[in-house]
Structures are given as structure tokens and as C-alpha cells.
Design a binder for this molecule. Structure first.
Ligand code: FNR
Length: 368
């Protein structure tokens, strides 16, 4: 019997090939940041308040104007069909059932026909689209339009991956996308020179092939450009410093996601939970600040909220639970985190998200 989110990983490991499991699980290089994303949470302790009537707890919140059941959402993770045949579609249904937001990765994969449109057709639900900046801006513009037309409500521009981080397990395993999976969001677009290497549509578009198309020149001007091609709010995903948080606000970002890409990019950056507070302070409440990275417990969610996050996203727990049990697995993960977070609130004396304050936690940097 599974009693917590982390336990899904062992089941996924048994079910998946080594290549796929390693792709999901790995971090970059020494994987210091990967461990630190978890360890840093364990250095934050609670200062619970007692004798508060907690017979009613309200976890609901609003993200970019959308009311959701809890501040726990789904991060974009690529190629979910390697985990389960229904991939992103199962995730979309689970997010919708839980009343929360799902981010769809630009590098959505599919065995058959899925794309932003097919994810949209799984039923109602608030969905955001994650974007990597490609050299060919025409393709970027088409991807954004397609997401808009499919009813996606926001764009997250991932800013921490101008180049792919070194994930040594993937190098050793010679990671490639299984041949029956394709990056469907690109299908049917005018790809210009992106199509050049490919005789069979996009069937062989593995991430390594997409990678040379990702624009290393990505800079603040591109954030401005993105605003000229869409009216959707733009979140910047991958901010870790106060300096960049200020620039993000000045550049017109509608929100910031404190993220280190699940420790898959630059190793030896701090855990996201350690970087969160400086970003929150720099944002000065002008835009919401979210966090992802290592969130595995309701207590983690509470800690992030206490340090000023407006919500959190989960990555690997989704792919592992998807591998273990498809849509039911992802639903279970969301339910477990919901229930653990509710319990944490109750045991800390908080009845609503706004009652969670900085005084409810003490961090290692508070202590002398
Ligand atoms: C990711 N992440 C990611 N981010 C992004 O912006 N676009 C993407 O396509 C992907 N793909 C992806 C695949 C896999 C297998 C992982 C594990 C991660 C990063 C993701 O959105 C998020 O930042 C982290 O996964 C959060 O950390 P945890 O919850 O996995 O610890």
C-alpha cells in the first residue's frame, strides 16, 4: 500500500526501462542540487500555533485569476508517454479532477495524435503552456497561437535552459525518444528549416535534435517580443536571484517561477526553497512568485507558502505516479499532497492560506 508520494518512485523504477527511469530521475552532473532540493526542506522547521479552531480549513486559492482547489499544481515535464500510454492526457484529466492547473511541456510526446488540442479535448480545466525559445521565431509564434486557440491560459517561458544541462545517466544510456513517440506540438506547423533533417514528418524529432534549435541567444528583449505576439500572461520559469526577479517584473512578466529545472541544468545552484525568499522580497508583491523543485510532502508546500510562494508545482511525482498507475496514480499524488497540506495547516493552526505566515517556520538562515 502506498502511503506517500515518494513511494511511487520505486514502483516506477520497476516498471520503466532503465533509460526512461534515469531520464526522469536524474539531475545534472554531481546531482548536488538534486539532493539539496530535498535536503533544504528538512532544514526548515515549524513554529505551530495551538488552540486555533481548525474545524474548517480552506485550501483554495487564485492563480492569475483562476480559482483552484489548492496551491499545488503540475509542472511541465516532457515526454510523459514514455511513462504511460496516455501520458499528458491522463495528467490533464487528473489535474482537472483535482481542480488544479496543469502545465503542458512544449515537448509533449505522443504515440498517436495528442497535442495542445488533444489535451484541451480531455475536458474542462485550466492549462498553461510551457515554451522554450527556438531560433525560428516563426515556429515559436505558431506554437503560441496554437496554445491560445486550444484555450491555454498562460505561457511559461523557461529561461534556465539556453543549453541542455549535462545529465550523465542520459549520456551513458544514449537516451533517445522511443521511435513510436513524437513531439506532436510541432506537427502541422510551418517549420521552415527545422524540418531539414527529417524525411518522416517529425517522427524522429528527439530532444537532442530539437536542442540545436533552442536559442542560446535568449535574453530580456525576447521576453518583450513574446508579449507582442500574445495577450496571454507570461511567467518566467527558472528565476533564482533577486536581481533577475527585479528584471522579470520590469520586463512585464505576470509571474515568476523559482525553479532550477528539477536540478537538471546548472548543478550547485541552491535548492529552490533556499532561493525563494530573496526572490519574493525582490518581487515586492508586484507579481506572484511560485516554486518548484523537490516538493514531495504537504509540509513542503506549507514551508513554501510560509516563505512567500503563491503556489507550488510538482514534476517527478507526476511522471512516477503516471508510470505506476496512469491517471489514477496522478490523482492519488494530488490527493495525498492535498490531504497532507491540509493536515499541516490544521496542526499549525492555519485555516486559510493567508493565515500561513513567515512566523510559522524557522529556517537554517534564521538561526545564528
Ligand atoms: C522537467 N522539467 C521541464 N521544465 C520545462 O520547463 N520544460 C520541460 O519540458 C521539462 N521537462 C522535464 C522533464 C523531466 C523528466 C523532469 C524531471 C523535469 C522541469 C520541471 O518543469 C520542474 O521544474 C521540475 O521537475 C520540478 O522539480 P521536481 O518536482 O521534479 O523535483
Amino acid at each position: 500500500m502506498i502511503t506517500n508520494v515518494t513511494e511511487f518512485e520505486a514502483i516506477a523504477k520497476e516498471k520503466l526501462s532503465k533509460m526512461v527511469y534515469d531520464f526522469y530521475a536524474s539531475g545534472a552532473e554531481d546531482q548536488w542540487t538534486l539532493k539539496e532540493n530535498r535536503n533544504a526542506f528538512s532544514r526548515i522547521l515549524f513554529r505551530p500555533r495551538i488552540l486555533v479552531d481548525v474545524s474548517k480549513i480552506d485550501l483554495t486559492t487564485t492563480v492569475l485569476g483562476f480559482k483552484i482547489s489548492m496551491p499545488i499544481m503540475i509542472a511541465p515535464t516532457s515526454m510523459q508517454k514514455m511513462a504511460h500510454p496516455e501520458g499528458e492526457l491522463a495528467t490533464a484529466r487528473a489535474a482537472s479532477a483535482a481542480g488544479t492547473i496543469m502545465f503542458l511541456s512544449q515537448t509533449l510526446s505522443s504515440g498517436s495524435t495528442s497535442s495542445v488540442d488533444e489535451v484541451a479535448s480531455t475536458g474542462p480545466g485550466v492549462r498553461f503552456f510551457q515554451l522554450y525559445m527556438l531560433k525560428d521565431r516563426n515556429v515559436v509564434a505558431q506554437l503560441v497561437k496554437r496554445a491560445e486557440r486550444a484555450g491555454f491560459k498562460a505561457i511559461a517561458l523557461t529561461v534556465d535552459r539556453p543549453l541542455l544541462g549535462r545529465r550523465e545517466a542520459d549520456i551513458k544510456n544514449r537516451f533517445t525518444l522511443p521511435p513510436h513517440l513524437t513531439l506532436k506540438n510541432f506537427e502541422g506547423l510551418d517549420l521552415g528549416k527545422l524540418n531539414k533533417t527529417d524525411d518522416s514528418g517529425l517522427a524522429s524529432y528527439v530532444p537532442e535534435q530539437l536542442d540545436p534549435e533552442i536559442d542560446r541567444s535568449l535574453n530580456w528583449k525576447d521576453v518583450k517580443w513574446l508579449q507582442t505576439i500574445t495577450s496571454l500572461p507570461i511567467l518566467l520559469k527558472g528565476v533564482l536571484t533577486a536581481e533577475d526577479a527585479r528584471l522579470a517584473v520590469e520586463a512585464g512578466a505576470a509571474g515568476i517561477i523559482v525553479s532550477n529545472h528539477g536540478a537538471r541544468q546548472l548543478d550547485y545552484v541552491p535548492a529552490t526553497i533556499s532561493a525563494l525568499e530573496e526572490v519574493v522580497k525582490a518581487a515586492q508583491g508586484r507579481v506572484p512568485v511560485f516554486l518548484d523543485g523537490g516538493v514531495r510532502r504537504g509540509t513542503d508546500v506549507f514551508k513554501a507558502m510560509a516563505l512567500g510562494a503563491s503556489g507550488v508545482f510538482i514534476g517527478r511525482p507526476v511522471v512516477f505516479s503516471l508510470a505506476a498507475d496512469g491517471e489514477a496514480g496522478v490523482r492519488k499524488v494530488l490527493e495525498m499532497l492535498h490531504d497532507e497540506f491540509e493536515l499541516t495547516m490544521a496542526l499549525s493552526g492555519c485555516r486559510s492560506l493567508k493565515e500561513i505566515t513567515r512566523d510559522h517556520v524557522v529556517t537554517d538562515w534564521d538561526r545564528p
